[in-house]
Ligand binder design. Structure first.
Ligand SMILES: [Zn+2]
Ligand SMILES: [Zn+2]
Ligand SMILES: [Zn+2]
Length: 140
């Protein structure tokens, strides 16, 4: 996904502030590093790119960013947790199996089906997860 780094950084910082989290210089550096690559990333990659910061600090910042909806956790690997920046409210992803390019996608009819499903399920649906794997036009 291509986006304006400064604009997205400001959005994230505002969201952290309004959610009651302090935006320290360390957190700003982590956010800047995430936005620099414009690619999916793991906490290990961030730890390598920011050797002066502790692993626990990076973990905690990722946890906060995920909690407030600024990054999405992707279910694409058994070994590593991959993340991507989140540019909109509730959405799903298309993920290219070859180049890992991610796009956000709205699945309006799926959301509707899930709401209807709620009546047939014995319990309350609290969340759902659906990513669509593709070979993108650049790779095929
Ligand atoms: Zn997302
Ligand atoms: Zn591709
Ligand atoms: Zn959905």
């Amino acid at each position: 996904m291509v986006y304006d780094q400064i604009e997205v950084a400001n959005t994230i910082i505002n969201k952290m502030n309004s959610s009651g989290y302090s935006v320290t210089n360390t957190r700003r550096r982590i956010i800047a590093e995430i936005l620099r690559n414009q690619k999916i990333f793991t906490s290990e990659e961030l730890t390598k790119a920011l050797p002066n910061l502790g692993r626990a600090t990076i973990y905690r910042t990722l946890k906060i960013l995920n909690e407030i909806g600024c990054i999405c956790k992707l279910n694409i690997s058994e070994e590593n947790n991959f993340y991507t920046i989140s540019l909109s409210d509730h959405h799903h992803h298309t993920i290219c199996k070859k180049c890992n390019e991610i796009k956000e996608i709205n699945l309006i009819s799926v959301e509707k089906s899930i709401r209807q499903l709620d009546k047939k399920i014995d319990g309350d649906i609290i969340s759902h997860n659906l990513d669509i794997f593709i070979i993108c036009t650049k790779c095929s």
